[in-house]
Design a protein around this ligand. Sequence first.
Ligand code: NBP
Length: 479
Amino acid sequence: ATANIGVVGLAVMGSNLARNLASREGNTVAVHNRTYARTKELVAEHPEAGFIASESIDDFVASLARPRTAIIMVQAGAGTDAVIDQLAERFEPGDIIVDGGNANFPDTIAREKRLAPTGIHFVGVGISGGEEGALNGPSIMPGGSEESYRTLGPILASIAAVAEGEPCVTHVGTDGAGHFVKMIHNGIEYADMQLIGEAYDLLRTVGGLQPHAVADIFAEWNQGPLESYLIEITAEILRQVDPATGKPFVDVVLDQAGSKGTGVWTVQNALDLGVPVGGIAEAVFARAVSSKPAQRAAVRRLAARPEIQQVDAAAFAEDLAKALYASKVVAYAQGFDAIIAGAQKYGWDVRKDRIAKIWRGGCIIRARFLNRIAEAYTENPDITTLLEAPYFARAVVEGEAAWRRIVATAALSGVPVPGFGSALSYYDSLAAERLPAALVQGQRDFFGAHTYRRTDKEGTFHTLWSGNRTEVEIEGSAH
Ligand code: NBP
């Protein structure tokens, strides 16, 4: 038994993670895959890694030093459960089973509960960064017990991305906290991508720019406060020319976007938690709308398109950068609100500043911006929303007029901006002196006797709408 860590599941993610582990000083890595041919292939391709390969699960377990620590990187769902069962039959109290796949966090909570009586630690770990990140340094979001993190933490820190000298890993919270935070990360990723997509669309349609010119603007934005991985790759994608036709790559790709579920999970959970995550929801819906070609064709035939507003392209791009920044602040504010609500519901002690920090490297939403979020939550962990943190409050106020011009210009020109639009409406909702929620309460009381509270005194009230329309106080409600 000589390996301090093992990896089960050697498809692209598992292989890359195993190679990353093996490349770090002090690690000896055991590897196993259901189909042995894949194990042999990996070991033959990477003799430098010094893998300890096992065909059987018994030999794999025997090759691990105690406390045995194995990372599962197999297909989420039934595959994960099958491997957990194989390991759990052979592991002993104190050993650690890590699920590094994209599990849905309630599954992680259930799996930990199931293993708890055996004394085996089960740790759900969110890993972001795709195959490239797995190989060179992902952002890592581990849940599970404090005790298991003492063994696992240093191993994960050795392979994580590094941002400003710090490894992008922190113990997020117990049981499913890691997979929960990874889910929210993906939700924010959806929102961010949608906003960038809308900015591109506006620069082309209203700004009248060709993809390569739009690419130049994104490349310029990547030098400033908007600097991020997603902005950077957007510039590269927009410069790409299709080899077959010589057209811009973006013009030959079918405009119907898919999704694999984590964005949907984020929104479903936010609905359950009562957290408004409109930016994320609109991004998920925007992909769904794009994938309705029959409806799009039907309405396209009927709708008279409005005239595109005339703008100065340079000034428009400047406005757009501000609108994009403000909308991004909203998306992240909503995402962190979902984390706070989840932590409260499931009893996790989540450090928001540390989450922002571990997202600075390795993951898809890595961005300069996250330093500001970390600062905001370090300065005051109890702010009610990121929008009130001094830096963001200033940025949004300074960008507000531009933000409104962009949303108005988009509406007048017939360019869909569900991301920008919902972000601005969310901001305006929070900023409004009075909301029409008062009228909605009146409607609810009218048809369903749902009662309401008053602005001028304590208690709960109901108006006798179908009677003489006097108001009655619900007894005992003032206390
Ligand atoms: P896949 O999700 O494609 O799964 C393939 C692996 O699962 C193979 O090793 C396969 O073994 C194994 N497997 C299956 Br399928 N059923 C099994 C079972 N019943 N028992 C044992 N092994 C089984 O691999 P991947 O794309 O490398 O992803 C691995 C995990 O990482 C997934 O949970 C995925 O969602 C997640 N992921 C994360 C990111 C990210 O950016 N964080 C990206 C991509 C994937 P075989 O060789 O014998 O068929």
